[in-house]
Design a protein around this ligand. Structure first.
Ligand code: CP
Length: 334
């Protein structure tokens, strides 16, 4: 395990081993200083609360030092494309940025959201992969255009803590939001749920399908691990008898680079695609999950997110434990 870019780069046994370590860390049974004397760079192209705070605290608690860099803010603007003439507004190329940085640090975490401009390019995760290409130290994906694996590992950890390790009926549902958002969280949650062999139902309006190649990968992993995957465009019956409701909004591939078109297309979807008490009532007393940040009474009603079945705060806490386990796995024995 050199990098941590997406969960499907790892075997299920390796993912379970990371979760076992995260459980020991959370319970206080492990207090290993696996990063003693080491620094980890955290490169944030985009805003964050949970990822930034939990990584910084986690590195400190493991005995290490976090170096936070914000390209275009507190550090130089960065170019990642090869062979470009850099006569625009980008000051430094990743080829130098990464190779200089790794003379100082033992690993690099990167947050680089989709820009929602060009689907064919962004679906290949070009910036994250450029980091991985130039780095000889481990690279940790802190949310890229296509994946948010630290989030999905915390999500699976939360499901297992709340409901046990057996196979569950899990709903990933699209929710209305005033503007299109990246697909990394739904991609990674669906992929991890498939890998862990859950019975996954994915609900979204027509036109909001996930990436076809990713769906094929999910289906292969799901059947290999004893799970199932089904799709529905019915916002209400999707909740029938599920144990987990995971809500997230995302943009349509069909309107990629056309925010105005997506906003117009989703205009009539608002009232149907909110997580509310009525829909949750169709479930098997499901827990409610969301990666946060969340818009209250847009994505989910106050009644649901404030209910005893909402686990969003525990889910956010588990980011800390699972990321400490991932960093220990990547760096602990070096
Ligand atoms: N869920 C998540 O990654 O939160 P932040 O964007 O606040 O880091």
């Amino acid at each position: 395990m050199k990098n941590f870019l997406k969960t499907s780069d790892l075997q299920l046994s390796e993912l379970k081993s990371i979760l076992a370590s995260a459980n020991l860390i959370k319970s206080g049974q492990t207090k290993e200083k696996s990063l003693a004397g080491k620094s980890v760079a955290l490169v944030f192209f985009n805003p964050s609360l949970r990822t930034r705070a939990s990584m910084q605290v986690g590195i400190y608690e493991l005995g290490g030092n976090a170096v936070i860099l914000e390209p275009g803010g507190s550090s130089w603007t960065l170019e990642h494309r090869e062979g470009v003439v850099m006569d625009g507004n980008k000051t430094e190329h990743l080829a130098e940025f990464v190779r200089v940085l790794e003379r100082y640090v033992s690993a690099i975490g990167v947050r680089t959201f989709a820009e929602l401009k060009d689907w064919d390019i962004e679906r290949t995760d070009p910036i994250l992969n450029a980091f991985a290409k130039y780095a000889s130290v481990p690279v940790i994906n802190l949310e890229s255009a296509m994946h948010h694996p630290c989030q999905s590992m915390a999500d699976i950890m939360t499901i297992r803590q709340k409901l046990g390790t057996e196979r569950k009926k899990v709903l990933l549902t699209w929710a209305w939001h005033p503007k299109p958002l990246p697909m990394a969280v739904p991609n990674s949650f669906a992929l991890a749920a498939a890998q862990f062999g859950h019975d996954l139902r994915i609900a979204h309006p027509v036109g909001y399908e996930l990436d076809g190649e990713l769906i094929a990968e999910m289906q292969q992993l799901s059947s290999a691990n004893g799970g199932t995957i089904e799709f529905t465009t019915d916002a209400a019956s999707a909740y029938d008898e599920v144990d987990v409701v995971y809500a997230k909004s995302w943009g349509s591939k069909n309107f990629y680079g056309n925010e105005v078109g997506d906003i117009a297309h989703r205009a009539n979807l608002r009232s149907d695609w909110i997580v509310d008490e009525e829909k949750m009532g169709r479930s098997n007393d499901a827990i409610f999950m969301h990666c946060l940040p969340v818009r209250r009474n847009v994505i989910v009603t106050d009644g649901v997110i404030d209910s005893p079945r909402s686990v969003v705060i525990d889910e956010a806490e588990n980011r800390l434990h699972v990321q400490k386990a991932i960093m220990t796995r990547l760096l602990g024995s070096q």
